[in-house]
Unconditional design. Structure first.
Length: 131
């Protein structure tokens, strides 16, 4: 008798639990869900990088703002190069003058220079004879 009582009890429990599960379940549905989270705090960058030029100067253009993402090799800013441009112009003028002197040396002496040198030689010779 004990065996049949236990069997009935398990059978009744199974039926009750299956009915409860059916009432608690729903079919799966696919939906887009937007979640908005409000919180307070401070946003920290992954890595801080301080950027400073080799030479002190004035910025003439700034291509990025603080917080922008940048890539390696990207131009961030332009500095005033007036001082450097003066040096470049002077170097270019010196180079052009050296080129002109080289061309003159390759072309040989001009007749006027030869005549002037000959006059100096004659003058020096004359001074040497009279002294």
């Amino acid at each position: 008798m004990v065996v049949s009582t236990t069997t009935i009890y398990i059978f009744v429990m199974r039926e009750t639990s299956q009915e409860d599960i059916a009432q608690l379940t729903v079919p799966i549905q696919v939906k887009s869900i937007t979640i908005q989270i409000t919180s307070s705090g401070k946003v920290q960058p992954i890595r801080n990088v301080n950027i400073s030029p080799k030479n002190v100067g004035i910025l003439t253009r700034l291509y990025v703002e603080q917080g922008n993402k940048v890539k390696a090799g990207q131009i961030l800013a332009c500095m005033d190069n007036a001082d450097i441009q003066v040096e470049v112009d002077q170097a270019r003028a010196d180079w052009e003058q050296a080129q002109a002197k080289l061309a003159e040396a390759r072309a040989g002496n001009r007749p006027q220079e030869i005549a002037k040198a000959q006059a100096q030689v004659d003058s020096a010779k004359a001074k040497a004879v009279y002294t």
